[in-house]
Design a protein around this ligand. Structure first.
Ligand SMILES: Cc1cc2nc3c(=O)[nH]c(=O)nc-3n(C[C@H](O)[C@H](O)[C@H](O)COP(=O)(O)OP(=O)(O)OC[C@H]3O[C@@H](n4cnc5c(N)ncnc54)[C@H](O)[C@@H]3O)c2cc1C
Length: 293
């Protein structure tokens, strides 16, 4: 449980951090909350020669609203997300998911940037990012680029981040009126990671009965999080009620290659994806209708 030797670097500016990353590239790892990286290093699944700690760089932890979008800094901890009034009002599923991550210690140290960059298939936040159609701002030696969630998550523990790039900001559109969101999960008993987690959004039309937009993001089931687009298509533009949601949720596992491990078989994960898609959609619908579930 002792990591291999590494050099600890503590830049105090973003420019310095980028320059160190550019110099050491594949030999370096960025340190945020350390709650995924340090276990990997102790297990010798990661052995960076240089650890670049972002913790001394100012102004990387924030949640703010700007011109119809919500922006979240990479060092924003899970606890900050969980307790943000802005997010509770504007994007309920995100603080709801953050509050279900690990335990108090993990939520106090772990960050949104680290969680998304790590791309654990059982991580909670990717499901919400899929649902919210988040954009990710990346910065590297060539400047900034913005990519959507569906292109950010590439494979198991793999994202579109280059070795000399940092995830700089998560950017989410503010949701329209008559929208409800919800996140629900099946916990892995020891760690709290998601065996299956589903984030759902329902936006109702002005008549309050027709479903204008539905988005469903799923985590824990496959090598990477995904949108359950067949579920969305089955509901959009139609009258929405429990029967419609029950029927649509059956599409949640279509075409999905499920992971299997000692916690759950592939078939069980697929079944849970259907059940939790239904539950999350029902809760999102209740919230879209002004309910408080
Ligand atoms: C006991 C335990 C229980 C947990 N339970 C859950 C759970 O229930 N649900 C869940 O979702 N997660 C869970 N986690 C993981 C937790 O959420 C981690 O905090 C998170 O996955 C990583 O965030 P971090 O800030 O600790 O990142 P680190 O561990 O510091 O970094 C993780 C990876 O991201 C890279 N990185 C970090 N920041 C950036 C950046 N800004 N730009 C580019 N790369 C970056 C690092 O180089 C590293 O490769 C648990 C962890 C533990 C230890």
């Amino acid at each position: 449980m002792i990591p291999s030797a590494f050099e600890y670097l503590a830049p105090t500016t973003l420019q310095e951090a980028l320059s160190l990353l550019s110099t050491h590239k594949d030999e370096a790892k960025v340190l945020a909350g350390g709650h995924s990286l340090l276990p990997m290093m102790k297990l010798r699944l990661a052995a960076p020669a240089y650890l670049i700690d972002l913790g001394h760089v100012a102004n990387l932890a924030y949640v703010r609203e700007n011109e119809g979008r919500i922006q979240i800094g990479p060092l924003t901890t899970h606890y900050m997300v969980q307790s943000s009034d802005l997010l509770r009002q504007r994007l309920t599923a995100l603080p709801e998911a953050a509050a279900m991550i690990g335990d108090v210690q993990v939520r106090n140290r772990g960050t949104i940037g680290g969680s998304l960059a790590h791309a654990d298939p059982a991580g909670d936040l990717p499901a919400v990012m899929q649902m919210a159609e988040a954009q990710f701002k990346l910065i590297g030696p060539g400047g900034e680029r913005t990519i959507p969630t569906e292109h950010f998550f590439v494979d198991l523990l793999t994202t579109a981040l280059g070795p000399d790039e940092l995830l700089m900001e998560v950017d989410v559109p503010v949701l329209p009126a008559h929208t409800g969101t919800a996140y629900m999960k099946v916990f892995q008993k020891a760690s709290g990671f998601a065996i299956v987690g589903v984030a759902a959004q329902v936006t109702l039309g002005t008549n309050g009965r027709t479903c204008q937009t539905v988005r469903v993001g799923v985590t824990g089931v496959a090598a990477k999080s995904f949108r359950a687009r067949n579920v969305e298509q089955a509901l959009e533009g139609k009258a929405i009620d429990e029967a419609a949601i029950t029927a649509a949720a059956e599409h949640a596992s279509e075409g999905v290659e499920a992971l299997a491990d000692l916690h759950a078989s592939g078939d069980y994960r697929l079944a849970l994806a259907r059940v939790y898609t239904k539950r999350a959609l029902l809760r999102a619908l209740t919230r879209a209708q002004g309910g408080t579930s």
